[in-house]
Design a protein around this ligand. Structure first.
Ligand code: KIV
Ligand code: NA
Length: 266
């Protein structure tokens, strides 16, 4: 299998082939998903709530993103690796976004960065793409703005909000973005954005009529007790891992493990 490069994203859309993306925050999981043929690995700032014990993505720093991003980028042989610019690391100005994106590209070996927002970051996207850094946009529910959005709520409902979303998506495409993530958007609105854009849309809670799908891996693998409604649990890895750990505890305690085949002779 060939390495996924930026031009393959637009090619997939033109050919009507669905793109697949999953988050990955370390080499262990990146290796598994890369071998499974996932097109894109996202080192999301969702690392905050999923791996680092933060309540949400807001506290995540660039320093926290870099080691996981480096691990994923070093491990992926096939997948296109995208790294989130965390909250507070780019909004201020195009130059601010540029400095953060350059640091991430230099220190991690990622293929692209992702940032949240529409027209308000169009100039940022233009500077980055013009400087050789592929950018993925993120519209709809944008977790870094959850405080101003008043929680995890569907975005783009109603004609006016749908128009705003379309204009933001067009602005990102015009600025040179390579794809746009649409999070928690009514399915018909996501379909409309997908139709008017030449670049691929990657949905999460955005229905089937988009060019690709993304999920947080812990949600889709069933690592926690709970997954959001839009995230199908494709396995119950959390329960399987707990069962493995409790068998280990039982066998060490009882003396059943280790056996001679696990031991070295003198
Ligand atoms: O950080 C993340 O995992 C994301 C996806 C939900 C798109 O931004
Ligand atoms: Na994110």
């Amino acid at each position: 299998r060939k390495r996924v490069r930026v031009q393959h994203l637009a090619e997939a859309k033109a050919q009507g082939r669905k793109l697949t993306m999953l988050t990955a925050y370390d080499a262990v999981v990146a290796r598994v998903f890369d071998a499974a043929g996932v097109d894109m690995l996202l080192v999301g700032d969702s690392i905050g709530d999923n791996m680092l014990g933060h309540p949400n993505t807001i506290p995540v720093t660039v320093d926290e993103m870099i080691p996981p991003a480096r691990a994923v980028a070093r491990t992926a042989k096939h997948a296109f690796v995208v790294v989130d610019l965390p909250f507070g690391s780019y909004e201020d100005s195009p130059q601010h976004a540029f400095a953060t994106a350059v640091r991430i590209m230099k220190e991690t070996g990622a293929d692209a960065v992702k940032l949240e927002g529409g027209r308000r970051v169009a100039a940022h996207v233009k500077l980055l793409t013009g400087s050789g850094i592929p950018v993925i946009g993120h519209l709809g529910f944008t977790p870094q703005s959850e405080n101003i959005l008043g929680g995890h709520r569907v975005q783009g409902r109603g004609d006016e909000a749908a128009d705003v979303l379309c204009d933001d998506a067009l602005a990102l495409a015009e600025a040179g973005a390579s794809a746009v993530v649409l999070e928690m958007v009514p399915a018909p609105v996501a379909a409309r954005v997908t139709e008017i854009l030449a670049i691929p849309t990657i949905g999460i809670g955005a229905g089937p009529d988009v060019d690709g799908q993304v999920l947080v891996w812990t949600d889709m693998a069933g690592m926690g007790d709970w997954s959001p409604r839009f995230a199908k649990r494709f396995a119950e890895i959390g329960a399987a891992l707990q069962a493995a750990a409790s068998s280990y505890v039982d066998e060490v305690t009882s003396g059943a493990f280790p056996r001679p085949e696990h031991s070295f002779e003198s």
